[in-house]
Design a protein around this ligand. Structure first.
Ligand code: ADP
Ligand code: MG
Length: 266
């Protein structure tokens, strides 16, 4: 893939007291690329997303979006620059409707403040109507079934649709880079397949959007990402196509345990 690099990290290191959660990790992400991040529990996958989005400030190293240094900037500003994410555990507003959850994702693009609501009501209402129209479009783009449930409270959605809603909400900030932390967790195979189809359709519709997907479901990792980065104990163990990295003995060890890896080689 030769599209320009949009996001890159170099020498990323994250220490928590004595624990080194990430050590000297480099990565690049190109426009339109899907990069899979895999590795056992505690490998540092979520830490990497937290560094990119400004939730953690790395102990050393740099993250650059289109060449601009991001680390050191507050998380809300990083979202405004075009990086959106979903979380490993759901962070929806359960009492609010599906549609309202997506509208909230647009806050970085809305100009209306509380004084506008009181003093310039028609302006505020126009902006809200526009946000609602955009949110409806996003729900349709992510999943027709989700759009049809747009007036239900988010808490009533089945798990798979909650994940889709989180993706729609992340897209509402009009990101250039979308980061998904274990989007298929808690889903069965059928739901995972349907989610993969939705993500594929989304990518086809937005060819410039770059994605990083943390994933443990190997069927998804095998079929969706263009490239895979393997983390283990905070270090980059391997990087390449799934076909390349899955054959590396240390990757098999990290995943299957040493015994199983030896059997696989035999
Ligand atoms: P993964 O997402 O790959 O399962 P994480 O990135 O969540 O792993 O965690 C990597 C390591 O960093 C783990 O040992 C975890 O306990 C540690 N860690 C992550 N966040 C913090 C934190 N805020 N404080 C202390 N340790 C943390
Ligand atoms: Mg994690």
């Amino acid at each position: 893939m030769s599209a320009p690099v949009i996001l890159e990290g170099s020498g990323l290191t994250m220490r928590f007291g004595g624990l080194v959660a990430m050590a000297e990790v480099d990565f690049t992400l190109r426009k339109g690329e899907i990069l899979g991040i895999i590795g056992p529990n505690g490998a540092g996958k979520s830490t990497l997303l937290n560094i990119i989005t400004g939730i953690y400030v790395p102990s050393s190293g740099e993250v650059r979006l289109s060449g601009e240094r991001l680390n050191g900037q507050p998380a809300h500003r990083i979202v405004g620059k075009g990086i959106a994410r979903t979380f490993q555990s759901s962070r929806l507003f359960g009492d609010l409707s599906v549609l309202d959850n997506v509208i909230i994702g647009r806050h970085t693009h809305m100009k209306t403040g509380i004084f506008d609501v009181i003093l310039r009501r028609s302006k505020a209402e126009a902006e809200l109507a526009e946000a609602a129209a955009i949110a409806e479009g996003l729900l349709k783009a992510v999943s027709r079934g989700l759009y049809e449930q747009r007036h239900r409270p988010a808490a009533e959605l089945p798990q798979a649709d909650r994940r889709r809603l989180e993706i729609a909400r992340a897209l509402a900030s009009e990101p250039k880079v979308l980061l998904l932390d274990e989007p298929s967790s808690g889903m069965d195979d059928a739901d995972t397949d349907a989610l993969m189809d939705d993500i594929r359709a989304l990518c086809a519709e937005r060819p410039e959007l770059a994605m990083m997907i943390i994933e443990h479901d190997m069927r998804l990792v095998a079929s969706l990402p263009h490239r895979v980065l393997v983390l283990d104990y905070g270090q980059k163990l391997a990087e390449g196509s799934y076909e390349e990295v899955r054959l590396i003995p240390r990757v098999q060890e990290a995943y299957l345990g040493r015994k199983a890896a030896q059997n696989a080689q035999a």
